[in-house]
Design a protein around this ligand. Sequence first.
Ligand code: G16
Length: 561
Amino acid sequence: MNEEQRSHLLHSSSLFSPPEGVKLSYGTAGFRADASILRSTVYRVGILAALRSFKTQSVVGLMITASHNKVSDNGVKIVDPGGGMLSQEWEPFADQLAIAQTPEALLSLITEFVEKEKIPFDGVLSLVLLGRDTRPSGASLLEAAVEGINSIFGAIALDLGILTTPQLHWMVRARNKGMPATELAYFEQISSSFRCLVDLIPNETERNKTDNTVVVDGADGVGGEKLEVLKSMLTGLVIEVRNTGKGGGLLNDGVGADYVQKEKVAPRGFGSNDVGIRCASLDGDADRLVYFTVPTNSSSKIDLVDGDKILSLFAVFIKEQLSILTKEVKENTNNNSQARLGVVQTAYANGSSTDYLKQLGLEVIFTPTGVKHLHEKAAQFDIGIYFEANGHGTILFSESWLSWLEARNNELSLVSEGSEQQKAALRLLSVSNLINQAVGDALSCLLLVEAILQHKGWSIQKWNELYQDLPSRQLKVKVVDRTAVTTTNAETIAVSPPGIQEAIDAETAKYPKGRCFIRPSGTEDVIRVYAEASTQEAADSLADSVAKIVDRFLGFGSSNQ
Ligand code: G16
């Protein structure tokens, strides 16, 4: 970096001093905190994004969102060139940048890092695509990000306005692949692949068995707004969107996938008129999706169809199509096309879902919470399906297997156009175009769920009967310092503070089919507690007792759930 660049950086960063006494870190999905303290962090992430683009000589993304968190929070994260999360190798640098106290300290960190990483500046382009959700704090934080990007000479910031998080991930990936990367291209791709899947449904009788209406809770966020646009491009599906954000409702307040999944109650705007209807809920930035039905008895909990069930539905469908395809391949050619299909879950996955997936003969892998971990593992399969119970997930197809599939489809269209095998190949190709290959995406997952239900002629009730969830309960506990809890074994064992895991084990042993773990949240200042047991009362009681243990070891003296 030359002298002019250094003094430009010093001047620019002097306008964005970090808040005193706050130490933020690049958590499960970037930096998140109360929006009022985020300007300096977002500015610095702007710098980081510009450097990442120079380093990779590709387009990267910067998203301003706090997704499921309350409306007064906000956050920022980087999208890597492939469309996934920022490489974890760069996270420690992000943490250091965020806490540098003075412009000089910041400059010295950047200079050192640029040298260490051998980041080229001359003659290469740096382009950062920016998006934000509908939070009121988004516009001013976006300005801070642009300032950060502009503080690095040669870096260009391109503001794409209000987007869902998965749309930005999709656009970054598309742009780097030389494909059209506009919002319209996104809508066209997912709506046309949905149409292909519906056109390939075996016969009219099957199709007509499923009611083609779904009612969607938009969490009063960006997802509802975008779904209104998408639905006008669809045929064969009727979508009613509620909580679109236009009726004065507050983002994520008694609405949204996180609320519905954790509390197991219907969101605002859903009630006795909706009993038995297929309903779905998006989260604040539309990267999560869960389904539910409203029960007859207004005081009881909803029937939740969570991320594990979405994963199972996808797995059943993909496996079915693969077996049609590979049966034919084995009979007629020597080509060994057996795709390696695997699934990835986290410790939050309901035990029954894991049993079910294993019974299907699938390889199941566990990772810590956070799409960045699941995505990495899923990418090791030819077809990798990953989902968190909270509804965040997608299906990844390897480039090499997709090339084989495309070639196979071309062959089949010459020798047996319209055969069952060719239809299976076309369905799998359509799934790969519909489902977001960059990150979990509620809108594309919604369309895939709807296409599969129509294909199978299943109601939501039939889908929900794939297996029966073990009763579970999740709680949050406020503690003095959540970093005091560290975990191992995909977050199922607490390593510190000493003695806490033994106390949890002793409590869990009292409950038939009991399972319980704790972990520090990477998006909220809390410890999360997850408990599973043979009855709902037992799961509630186990979660309560363990929350008290957490409070005893780390809390303020009284459980705050
Ligand atoms: C983010 C991550 C998810 C994670 C969730 C909760 O979701 O993308 O992978 O499950 O946070 O994380 P934690 O339990 O660490 O707070 P979102 O929808 O908020 O972006």
